[in-house]
Design a binder for this molecule. Structure first.
Ligand code: GLC
Ligand code: GLC
Length: 812
């Protein structure tokens, strides 16, 4: 069942029923000011950091769900309604939400009156704009009132939701003209305030929630709206809000628009006040006047469209398959940019108060956006690397505001260091910018320890190479990619963190997955070294990689699949002898991607086992059989009920590993099958089962052992975005950036006859047409560049600005 449809021309998802299975959200903002907005106008805004500079309130696990946001109320006679349906939930005569790239338009109609709310965060500005347009579609004149309403957060979202003894007394506002200023704590150490404004004069306002909603009222029945009259309240403590009242009369066919804004302003310390106690509003006034007309609003809209048009033009497919094209050209790349902006901080599943930037997550996210914003990818790599510890290990997380490693979580996640090689390698392959390796980068944010970036990669590699366990496999530490496989934790007390309890590094527990990573990204490291003409170091590294490959086949192979790990007692995890958790997805994906057992047959067998044991109609589960009881020696993985999260959920993040692995073996049909099974545009028809947004990936879909099999959770902020983009754009469609240029190597379903990809790469545009007359899954018969035959499938590098026509004929 669907609740809307894709509009590919406008690059929008159009939601046609407000009561979607869950709130379906969008992200507005590309730089410092962000807003999360649902299809019923729920959501919140923040500046840079969703915890420390939260502008508006949001109660995540509230009942009813999603009732705080950017609502407007319309009182038309005795009927009160919202264009976005919530919070009053008056049935609408029509409703529509269009989530586009960086903007959303939500409109409703009731009794001949329509109202449209258009939301965007202008490029280069620290504000959210909302234009409201009302139109009288009835045959008679209409007189009605319109009330915008939002609730301020007292900046630190965590404190705001817990420290009531203080913050019920601190709230302060100022009202001046058409604007309401939220200035809590500005009198003391803050130099920032928020401002809500309208471009027209209101008939009244409220800034105290008690006044507008009523102490025992609710957003569904606000006192002021019901009585038709704001009370001009000024908040002192309690809950400061911004609400205004506009009384509007429209003749038949007449329309009326208003522009509202929510801005964030910072003043320098010596320029905070206009006069004692009155905040300096000069910057706010400038912001307000910048967007006071429909023309200004439209200009901001056009700038935003241009920005996205440019970003998305670097990789564009046209095939005859619209589900594929819309994912590759629009939604998958869009989601990659959102993960760049947000990491894992703020969504409807991430409160914005918890995690900082993940070391491994951020390195992997690079795969999805490096072709769009290489300069920012560069900056990101250097930020991440400067949190690395001198021995090559890494803080698992760092804070976006300070860019410093997070002490509370610390280090010991032994896959982390290798992801830095993976991310930097992706950057080098995309840009050819070798200068990054010479950049001087701190260790542990300590300038006295700075070394060129290449030294960071060297230490990443040697950290893994020198932390091996009894079988010669890498020690797992606190966990590897699977944060919940905690083999050194042994937690017996509720509430203890599985990730930071117990030994940071046990001397026994080993990870076959990290071994696979070491082979895959170790090979990338060897290529980098060769490129740098560091041949003897390259040879040494290669020897270590080859020996790891052997070790995996010797101790990591179970007969039909790759094992997962050895626990702290040296027992196999993910093998036939286990009563639960016999086979795991991660090592099959990573080891085959690394090419382990490709020539000797293990790779083929491993992927067959994935299909046989882990496949479901909704995707590949992480392991089977699911853990049914708590295993002290395994940690968090066995704490989840069977079928959820890491305990046999369909973890979308590593489904594309299987897709990529299948292409290593030339299996185009199967690769596309695993790709499309979790792909949002392909699963749109089961939105009632998935429940999350049908235009983006979720982190997890409940697996076959779960009561809610097929139900997705944690939409938006997931490594799935980057990995699926990599799997489709590189592994399947076969346009692969390498250190030496673009390599053409498609691995596609046999029935795919033709497609075209326009790829901007190192400044040149390659217009690549792939034809498959012999219906093969893999293999190239001929490539021509501007009509000339190429002798191999590596396209020559072209001067920046040039466009080339590339014709590829697949076959044998
Ligand atoms: C989450 C984490 C990621 C981890 C994965 C599996 O997606 O953000 O770092 O690898 O879960 O545990
Ligand atoms: C990942 C996992 C989650 C776990 C967390 C701990 O996000 O998905 O289950 O609790 O890591 O860091």
């Amino acid at each position: 069942m669907k609740f809307g449809h894709f509009d590919d021309v406008s690059k929008e998802y159009v939601i046609t029923a407000p009561d979607t299975p869950l709130p379906w959200i969008n992200y507005l903002g590309n730089e410092d000011f962000f807003t999360i907005l649902s299809n019923t106008c729920g959501g919140y805004s923040f500046y840079r950091d969703a915890r420390l500079r939260r502008l508006t309130r949001y109660r995540y696990n509230n009942c009813p769900l999603d009732s705080e946001g950017f609502h407007i109320y319309i009182k038309d006679g005795n009927i009160i309604w919202n264009p976005g349906w919530q919070p009053v939930k008056t049935p609408l005569d029509s409703y529509c939400c269009r989530h586009g790239l960086g903007y959303s338009v939500i409109s409703g109609e009731k009794n001949g009156l329509s109202a449209k709310q258009e939301f965007l965060v202008p490029m280069g500005s620290n504000c959210l704009l909302m234009r409201v347009t009302c139109e009288n579609k009835s045959g008679a004149s209409k007189r009605f009132s319109l009330f915008p309403y939002l609730e301020f957060c007292l900046w630190d979202a965590l404190d705001d939701s817990s420290n009531f003894q203080r913050n019920y007394s601190t709230g302060e506002v100022e009202v001046s003209g058409n604007a309401i200023y939220h200035k809590t704590e500005y009198r003391e150490r803050r130099n920032h305030y928020a401002v809500f404004w309208a471009n027209r004069d209101p008939a009244g306002f409220d800034t105290s929630r008690d006044s507008f909603i009523g102490t025992y009222g609710s957003p569904a029945v606000p006192d002021a709206v019901i009585s038709g009259c704001c009370k001009n309240s000024v908040a002192h403590g309690w809950q400061p809000i911004a609400a205004q009242q506009f009384d509007i009369t429209l003749g038949p066919g007449e329309a009326y628009s208003l522009i509202f804004g929510l801005g964030y302003i910072e003043n320098s310390d010596d320029d905070k006040w206009e006069e004692p106690g009155i905040i300096n509003k000069a910057q706010a006034r400038r912001m307000i006047s910048e967007y006071d007309s429909d023309e200004a609003f439209s200009r901001a809209f056009n700038d935003l469209r241009d920005y996205w048009e440019r970003l998305l033009s670097n990789y564009r497919i046209s095939s005859s398959v619209e589900k594929l094209d819309r994912m590759v050209n629009i939604w998958n790349q869009y989601q990659c940019m959102v993960t760049f902006n947000m990491s894992r901080s703020a969504s409807y599943f991430e409160s914005g108060m918890g995690r900082g930037m993940g070391f491994r997550d951020s390195c992997q996210d690079l795969f999805g956006f490096v072709h769009m914003i290489p300069e920012r990818a560069r900056e990101r790599i250097l930020d991440i690397a400067s949190t690395q510890l001198p021995d090559g290990s890494a803080y698992h997380q760092y804070q976006p505001l300070t860019k410093k490693g997070n002490l509370a979580v610390g280090s010991g996640f032994n896959d982390d260091p290798l992801w830095l090689i993976a991310g930097t390698d992706a950057y080098l392959r995309e840009t050819g910018d070798w200068s990054i390796l010479n950049e001087s980068v701190d260790f542990d944010n300590d300038a006295s320890l700075a070394q060129p970036l290449i030294e960071h990669l060297r230490r990443s590699f040697s950290f893994t190479a020198s932390h091996l366990g009894p079988h010669g496999l890498p020690l797992i530490g606190r966990a590897d990619w699977n944060d919940c496989l905690n083999l050194n934790c042994f937690s017996e007390h509720p509430g203890e963190s599985f990730q930071i309890t117990g030994a940071n590094e046990g001397p026994v527990a080993e990870s076959v997955f990290i071994a696979g990573m070491f082979v895959k990204y170790g090979k990338a490291w060897v290529d980098i070294l060769r490129h740098m003409k560091l041949d003897s170091e390259a040879a040494e590294a290669e020897a270590a990689v080859l020996s790891m490959e052997k070790t995996v086949l010797e101790h990591g192979w179970d007969g039909e699949w790759f094992r997962r790990a050895y626990d702290a007692f040296g027992h196999v995890v993910g093998g036939r002898e286990c009563d639960e958790g016999q086979i795991f997805l991660e090592p099959q994906g990573m080891c085959v991607m690394a090419g382990i057992g490709k020539d000797s047959g293990e790779a083929e067998k491993a992927l067959k086992s994935v299909q046989k044991y882990l496949d479901t109609e909704y995707g590949v589960v992480l392991l089977t059989p699911a853990y049914t009881r708590y295993h002290l020696e395994l940690g968090e993985i066995s704490s989840y009920p069977p079928g959820y999260k890491e305990n046999a959920g369909i973890f979308c993040h590593n489904n594309p590993w299987i897709t990529c692995a299948e292409t290593v073996l030339g299996h185009g049909n199967r690769a596309f099958e695993t790709y499309s099974r979790i792909c949002p545009s392909y699963t749109e028809d089961i939105s009632d089962i998935h429940r999350t947004e049908p235009y983006v990936y979720s982190q997890m879909i409940a697996g076959k052992d779960a009561a809610g099999f097929g139900e997705a959770k944690n939409s938006w902020l997931t490594g799935t975005a980057a990995w699926t983009f990599l799997s489709i754009s590189q592994a399947i469609l076969g346009i692969k950036p390498t250190l030496d240029g673009l390599l053409i190597d498609p691995c596609i379903p046999a029935d795919c006859k033709e497609y075209n990809v326009s790829r901007r790469y190192r400044g040149a545009v390659y217009n690549i047409t792939v034809k498959n007359p012999a219906s093969v899954e893999h293999g190239i018969k001929e490539i021509r560049l501007n009509g000339d035959i190429c002798h191999n499938n590596l396209l020559p590098l072209l001067p920046s600005g040039e466009t080339a026509d590339v014709q590829v004929i697949m076959g044998t």
